[in-house]
Write a protein that binds this ligand. Structure first.
Ligand SMILES: [Zn+2]
Length: 72
């Protein structure tokens, strides 16, 4: 199951939520606003290498650069 980490832009709360459908709008469980920012998959962090390979082969999970030398 895809578990994602979100950050609420309104009340600054971080929360994790299972996303069963990508078309379904996510709301903050605290204030209810849809104004949230999707961070990254918790599964991606746990599996490590598979996450970076899905990002284009780089070692850096926080950006889309092809190598970490270009983003640090
Ligand atoms: Zn909120």
């Amino acid at each position: 199951m895809p578990l994602y980490e979100f950050h609420c832009l309104k009340c600054e709360k971080d929360f994790e939520k299972l996303v069963l459908s990508s078309s379904r709008e996510i709301h903050c469980p605290d204030c209810g606003t849809p104004e949230i920012e999707k961070k990254f998959s918790v599964f991606g962090i746990k599996s490590g290498s598979s996450f970076s390979s899905s990002m284009g082969g780089g070692n850096c999970g926080s950006c889309t650069a092809s190598s970490c030398s270009s983003c640090h």
